[in-house]
Design a protein around this ligand. Structure first.
Ligand code: SAM
Length: 241
């Protein structure tokens, strides 16, 4: 990563209250190089410029730390991690978290596993699979303190995919762009059916660029009924609301 790229990263992270150590800075530089290399082979991201990758992937991923809900040790599922976002940036700055990046696409999870290994992020355990299937598997269901999901489907669909993984008392952190009142209302109604309650809507601007972002926090207040999640593809085809 170039010196201007490193400055952008520091500025963006600092705006989120994060001061990167020299070791973390080095890990981000290596992640940048590995992402460029992986992208040429696997088409992991449409973002091509250094500024976009630094701000829209690295800094944007770190915005899930707003509010301090990922500051204590615990088990975190990253649902629909794609090329490792927010898992990889999160793992660099929060080594005390046990993170499970999950995605339906094997080649993406292979990339995340290899990259985590190359960066020495041993507290990451990537898993390939669909949320509808793994959310019914006792090894995953109600096993997590937090679920993060960045740019994954609509809020009502995400509620059905994510809430089964949370322990009661756990929290879903949905990282989204600008959110319409209709999507929010549908998400809140779906969450209520799944044992969740919308706790907070945190609207903010992406550091440096100023793009609209929303962090939706949904607390799991009671167990998710056994009939959820429905089978593969149904949450998306027939959203609860
Ligand atoms: N979170 C990443 C990011 O911010 O760059 C990737 C976002 S991408 C738009 C959505 C990802 O969610 C895709 O990689 C897709 O394979 C995954 N996904 C969508 N539905 C899924 C499901 N039902 N189970 C597991 N992964 C899913």
């Amino acid at each position: 990563m170039s010196t201007p790229g490193q400055t952008l990263l520091h500025t963006g992270a600092f705006a989120l209250g994060i001061t990167l150590t020299p070791e973390q800075n080095e890990q981000f530089s290596r992640l940048y190089a590995l992402l460029l290399d992986g992208n040429s082979r696997l088409n992991l991201t449409a973002l091509k410029t250094e500024q976009d990758i630094v701000l829209k992937h690295f800094v944007d991923s770190l915005s899930c730390l707003r509010g301090g809900y990922l500051d204590t040790p615990g088990h975190v599922l990253d649902l629909g991690t794609g090329g490792g976002f927010p898992s990889l940036p999160l793992a660099i700055v929060r080594p005390q978290l046990h993170i499970t990046p999950m995605d339906a696409t094997r080649k993406k999870i292979d990339f995340v596993r290899e990259t985590a290994g190359a960066l020495g992020l041993n507290h990451i355990r990537p898993v390939t699979g669909r949320a509808e299937t793994l959310g019914r598997d006792a090894a995953f269901r109600e096993q997590y303190d937090r679920v993060v999901a960045r740019a994954v489907t609509t809020l009502p669909v995400l509620a059905e995919l994510a809430l089964p993984f949370l322990k009661v008392g756990g929290l879903l952190l949905a990282q989204k762009g600008a959110l319409s009142s209709g999507e929010l209302q549908a998400g809140a109604q779906a969450a209520a059916q799944l044992g969740g309650r919308v706790q907070e809507i945190d609207e903010f601007a992406l550091p440096v660029l100023g793009d609209a972002r929303t962090l939706v926090l949904v607390e799991k207040v009671r167990p998710t009924p056994d009939r959820y999640p429905r089978r593969d593809g149904i949450p998306n085809q027939q959203p609860l609301f």
